[in-house]
Write a protein of this length. Structure first.
Lengths: 393, 332
């Protein structure tokens, strides 16, 4: 373990040295003091209106305090005024990079309360769409993480691959970001002809080009220098903050809701859960890239074994959940998305508590950011893969 | 009728040519940067301005910058802030004075060519310091100190590797250096020439603050560092213009010092007919392409890693090269 935490230990030494010189030098000659650097809410590395109050000593970041809430839209209150069918379009705007993923737990919860049976074709199609969306999301973070480390080319690689899958989703839903395709008991409509071909084309393209990605970033010496042993998130800390998704799996937590608590038809598919052991930026990014492969595997299996039949189950004309409460969690692109639905028998939910992955993940940031370099701060922010709408909602 | 020009007229002519040439070269290189990067990333790059493959993109950009509001932050030190771009811009132009484009095609063949060149190219760091400090912006401050530390660290390998060349050539004049180089340029003397070239190129990229050594201006971290607060034409003259012009100038210097400048790559009859200007431009373009190629390939290093690379690797290597070159001159 001699090489681990190298970046952090270096920073420690620098801080100690700075403190020593401060004590020894007469005040009137050399005096160093800490400076508060306000990162964001308008900063290119925060992708959105995320703000970080960083106390820095030269290049060393001594303390960091995330400030969130610049984008709070009051969703938990808004949904109490909405019909269930209207909520689906609200929640898809939480994590805007994976819109269709957000719709999933909402309908799972409602279906559970109303005891609606979802036909197998709808279940399979849902999984296909969700996994396609996950690939799009992960490729986006592949692009942005590269850009934050100063590599500009990954952006163009990732967007080329995204486009094919975007087109597949567009064929079926007509949307590119907020799909609004899930309905109680199934889907809005069956997918058009050519959808499966397009989806497979996109997915296979991603798998074929993955070696390029590994050569470009994961195998790059400079990239390794910038990410290995930088921003280590220990397993215990990750547990304590409720970190989930690729970030937790980077820290050797092998939990994946799809695998450990299968919902919908995830138990029909054979896929692995990639995980890292060190919990540094490299591991988080490695997990993210390799989850793309697993998602692609699921999509291929689902399309191969696609059942025929109806795409909506037996659903009453009015969606009116009976009195009761239910908690449903799904594996969203960035972690565990939980929805706690309390119904008083009305057409609208009495209360819908949203447990969004980015919110919990970001809460571990101050711990990880302590005593790193300013440049590392950008790498760590990038490797925490958060979406602002998912934090503030 | 013979036209006899006085010294002053010649001087004016030279100044006029350089002042016209430098922006032209910058525009061409800037366009090349757009296009080379675009094609390396399988996209087309600018296609519309000017009609043919977007050749007028940079002119349109310049026009846009000209129309931008000239903002000086309220907290800035106004005089220093507005003086800084000139201190960055002028040394860039001055570098072009001593580059031998052909045997006789040089503005001033100074006896101390290399020395002048290295001295002038490090003046601009004062301008960068002024820009960053006077902006009254914390990001600029971080960027400024990164820039200062980096330029000091990388000035040394450049000077030392240039000294290797000067020792082997036995002269500081750039024309003399080109004449003294023997074929095959880069591989003569064996090992030393190539190693010095690699050290020089690496250090040059850092000196230019181009990726992967672009920490002082890192866009995703500190938002073009010292130049965060600059806008409009001031931004052009403090950041964009010097960056591209310096890239070409240092590429030309690399071509002159290591690749045999205006001389043909192979001393062979038919190739000797081609004018030296063409050879010089080809070699300079090769160097510039090298810089452009590296940019989309690598992520950015961290400042401390960069300093380690300079002080623990490049400088010892270039010192060893000086020893080797000295031994070569003395004993071979």
């Amino acid at each position: 373990m001699a090489t681990t935490e190298r970046g952090i230990r270096n920073a420690d030494e620098v801080v100690r040295e700075a403190e020593e010189t401060q004590v020894e030098a007469p005040r009137d000659r050399i005096g160093t003091e800490e400076m508060i650097l306000n990162v964001g809410p308008q900063h290119p590395a925060t992708h959105g209106v995320f703000r970080l109050l960083a106390t820095i000593d030269g290049e060393v970041l001594v303390h960091a305090e995330p400030v969130i809430g610049y984008m709070h839209r009051g969703y938990e209150k808004l949904v109490e005024q909405r019909d269930y069918r209207q909520i689906t379009n609200l929640v898809s705007r939480m994590d805007w990079l994976s819109g269709i993923n957000n719709e999933f737990p909402l309908w799972l919860a409602v279906e559970k309360l109303m005891e609606i049976e979802v036909p197998p074709r709808a279940q399979y199609l849902r999984v296909v769409m969700v996994e396609l969306n996950r690939i799009i999301n992960h490729l986006m973070f592949f692009a942005s993480f590269g850009a934050e480390l100063g590599a500009i080319t990954p952006t163009f690689y990732a967007f080329r691959e995204r486009e094919e899958i975007q087109q597949a989703l567009e064929m079926a839903t007509g949307g590119r970001m907020h799909f609004g395709f899930f309905r109680p008991g199934g889907l809005k409509e069956d997918v058009p002809r050519g959808f499966f071909a397009q989806a497979l084309k996109g997915v296979r393209q991603v798998i074929n080009r993955l070696p390029d990605y590994e050569n470009l970033l994961l195998g790059n010496e400079i990239f390794k220098k910038r990410t290995i042993d930088v921003g280590v998130l220990e397993k215990e800390v990750a547990y304590n903050y409720g970190v989930s998704g690729p970030i937790a799996r980077g820290s050797n937590i092998t939990f994946d809701v799809r695998k450990d608590e299968p919902y919908s038809c995830y138990d029909h598919f054979d896929f692995d859960v990639p995980y890292g052991t060190n919990g540094d930026c490299f591991d988080r990014f490695w997990v993210l890239v390799h989850e793309v492969v697993e998602s692609a595997k699921i999509v291929e299996q689902a399309i191969e074994g696609m059942p025929t039949g109806p795409i909506v189950g037996k659903v009453p004309r009015v969606i009116q959940a009976p009195e009761g409460e239910v908690y449903v969690r799904t594996e969203n692109s960035l972690g565990e998305l939980g929805m706690y639905l309390i119904s008083d028998g009305d057409r609208r939910p009495y209360r819908l508590k949203l447990r969004t992955p980015s919110y919990s993940n970001v809460s571990a940031l101050p711990h990880v950011l302590e005593n790193t370099f300013v440049s590392d701060m950008i790498a760590i922010l990038g490797s925490f893969f958060f979406v602002l709408g998912d934090i503030d909602r | 009728m013979d036209i006899v020009l006085t010294d002053w007229q010649i001087l004016l002519l030279k100044v006029g040519i350089v002042l016209a040439l430098v922006p032209g070269v910058t525009l061409v290189a800037g366009y090349a940067e757009h296009k080379v990067m675009a094609h390396l990333q399988h996209r087309l790059g600018p296609m519309y301005p000017g009609g043919f493959h977007g050749w007028a993109t940079l002119l349109a950009d310049g026009l846009k910058f000209l129309y931008k509001e000239d903002i000086i932050p309220a907290a800035a030190d106004k005089r220093v802030f507005s003086l800084a771009p000139f201190l960055i811009f002028v040394p860039t132009v001055l570098i072009y004075l001593v580059i031998p484009v052909d045997r006789a095609l040089i503005v001033e063949d100074l006896d101390v060519g290399i020395f002048y060149l290295l001295a002038i190219s490090s003046v601009s760091v004062i301008g960068v310091l002024m820009a960053g400090w006077s902006s009254a912006n914390k990001y600029s401050l971080i960027g400024t100190f990164r820039a200062a530390a980096q330029l000091i660290a990388y000035e040394l390998p450049i000077v030392l590797s240039a000294a290797v060349v000067a020792m082997l050539a036995g002269s500081l004049s750039l024309v003399q250096i080109v004449e003294a180089q023997r074929w095959p340029f880069l591989f003569w003397p064996p090992g030393i020439g190539l190693a010095a070239f690699l050290v020089f190129t690496g250090a040059t990229i850092a000196e230019l603050t181009r990726p992967p050594f672009d920490m002082p201006v890192a866009e995703s971290e500190i938002i073009t560092g010292p130049f965060t607060e600059y806008s409009g034409m001031r931004f052009i003259f403090s950041f964009f213009f010097p960056e591209v012009a310096n890239m070409v100038a240092l590429g030309a210097i690399g071509a002159t010092l290591f690749l045999g400048g205006y001389r043909p790559i192979v001393p062979w009859g038919p190739l000797e007919v081609i004018p030296g200007v063409v050879w010089f431009l080809l070699k300079t373009s090769f160097m510039v392409f090298l810089f452009l190629w590296i940019r989309p390939t690598f992520p950015r290093l961290r400042e401390d890693q960069l300093q380690k690379f300079a002080w623990k690797f490049l400088i010892p290597v270039s010192l060893a090269l000086i020893l080797a070159a000295g031994a070569w001159v003395l004993y071979v």
